[in-house]
Design a protein around this ligand. Structure first.
Ligand SMILES: C[S@@+](CC[C@H](N)C(=O)[O-])C[C@H]1O[C@@H](n2cnc3c(N)ncnc32)[C@H](O)[C@@H]1O
Length: 265
């Protein structure tokens, strides 16, 4: 894939990704809370040490590094719009590419495994990109896509969380993200001629044992939320305090993961 200008997503508009320090915090918090679920799904596939893998929107790279360890005789390509958070020297069989996946292409039939997490919800071309990624699979190859499904903000038992999540979801929507698209994943995989389609869900945790997960997410979006007048500084301070309350626990979203296999012939 070759470098080029990104399309209009929360990443290109500046809502996400322009501030390297806060993006590093956000990516680290995602990895801490979801990697065990993701690697559990990948471990359930018939992973072979010789597989060629593609990690789309690799972020800070934890899944790409994990795959490089599991496929030492194969190769892992980790692609992202912004590769500042990726370490190409982490494994000899790892290749880091800086590219917009909606503006480039790979040879059809090239990868035994393609994985993406929390990426497609940001892409305007999300349905077409599923079909595109399915074409990049080798015969017998697997496509695994994991995306957030945000629960309705107004169903939170906490009035402050209702306000913060409503603002967060509204701002993401205005920047082109779709935080409920994940529900379509199984049908999109099946429509892309993949077989053995299956799916699993992982409820996200706000507060409690995962009290550090949501502060980086809300903090990074905070300038946009404040600028739009959707929340106040007092709301944000109240939210940070709420996360420290041992009695605070909520489920803001669910990660829906779906996978399918390109037929051998
Ligand atoms: C929410 S982060 C998730 C990172 C990683 N997949 C994870 O779950 O830990 C989304 C990542 O997708 C990348 N991204 C967004 N749009 C992209 C595009 N069009 N092409 C390539 N990468 C993209 C962002 O730069 C960011 O690193």
């Amino acid at each position: 894939m070759t470098p080029h200008q990104p399309s209009n997503t929360p990443y290109s508009s500046g809502l996400l990704g322009n501030d390297a320090a806060s993006e590093a915090d956000r990516l680290a918090s995602i990895q801490r809370s979801v990697d065990a679920f993701t690697t559990g799904i990948l471990d359930g596939l018939p992973l072979d040490t010789s597989w060629n893998c593609l990690e789309l929107g690799a972020g800070a790279g934890s899944v790409a590094y994990w795959l490089a360890g599991r496929c030492p005789e194969g190769r892992v390509v980790a692609v992202d719009l912004d590769t500042r958070h990726l370490d190409a020297g982490r494994a000899a069989n790892l290749e880091v590419q800086e590219a917009d996946i909606t503006r480039g292409d790979y040879a059809p039939g090239r990868f035994d495994l393609i994985h993406a997490r929390y990426l497609f919800c940001h892409l305007q071309e999300r349905d077409d990109m599923i079909a595109q990624a399915a074409r990049w699979l080798s015969p017998g190859g697997w496509l695994v896509i994991e995306e957030p499904y945000h629960l309705p903000a107004e169903t939170s038992p906490f009035p402050l969380v209702r306000r913060i999540l409503d603002a967060y979801q509204r701002t993401y929507r205005e920047h082109g993200a779709d935080m409920t698209w994940a529900r379509a994943l199984p049908s999109l995989l099946a429509r892309s001629a993949l077989t053995e389609v299956a799916f699993a869900a992982n409820p996200g945790c706000m507060g409690g044992l995962d009290k550090d997960r949501w502060l980086p997410l809300i903090s990074q979006a905070a300038p946009a939320l404040l600028a739009d007048g959707l929340v106040t500084e007092a709301d944000l301070a109240g939210f940070a305090a709420l996360l420290k309350d041992p009695a605070f626990l909520d489920i803001p979203q669910i990660t829906l993961s779906a996978w399918g296999r390109r037929p051998e012939r």
